[in-house]
Design a protein around this ligand. Sequence first.
Ligand SMILES: [Zn+2]
Ligand SMILES: [Zn+2]
Length: 114
Amino acid sequence: MRVTYPRCREPLVITDETRSRAERYDRYRYPLQEEVVSCELATHTPETACAAYLLHEEDPHVQVWARWNPTGGPVHVEETTACPNEHDDAPCLLFHTHPGPCTWAITSPFDPPL
Ligand SMILES: [Zn+2]
Ligand SMILES: [Zn+2]
């Protein structure tokens, strides 16, 4: 039986500061289109920071993620490699050393009902 975990989905409004820090990593200078992103981790405890994908770099294995604590504090913009795990040829879409399960075990709001 396939066990899935609901996605956290905590929203993060992209401020001008977060936007300029993310775009500084991007060698192609793609603008960050999103105004609001949401946590892509499975639901987690408050001790774990939320995480949302922002941009990728020229090297597709290098990604830029926002990490933040939903109870407040600064938003961290981090450069990281992708999670190396695969499942049935589907790569995990989260970052390396992410907490919790990989993306194939997380229910997305866009997934059809099981
Ligand atoms: Zn979260
Ligand atoms: Zn993973």
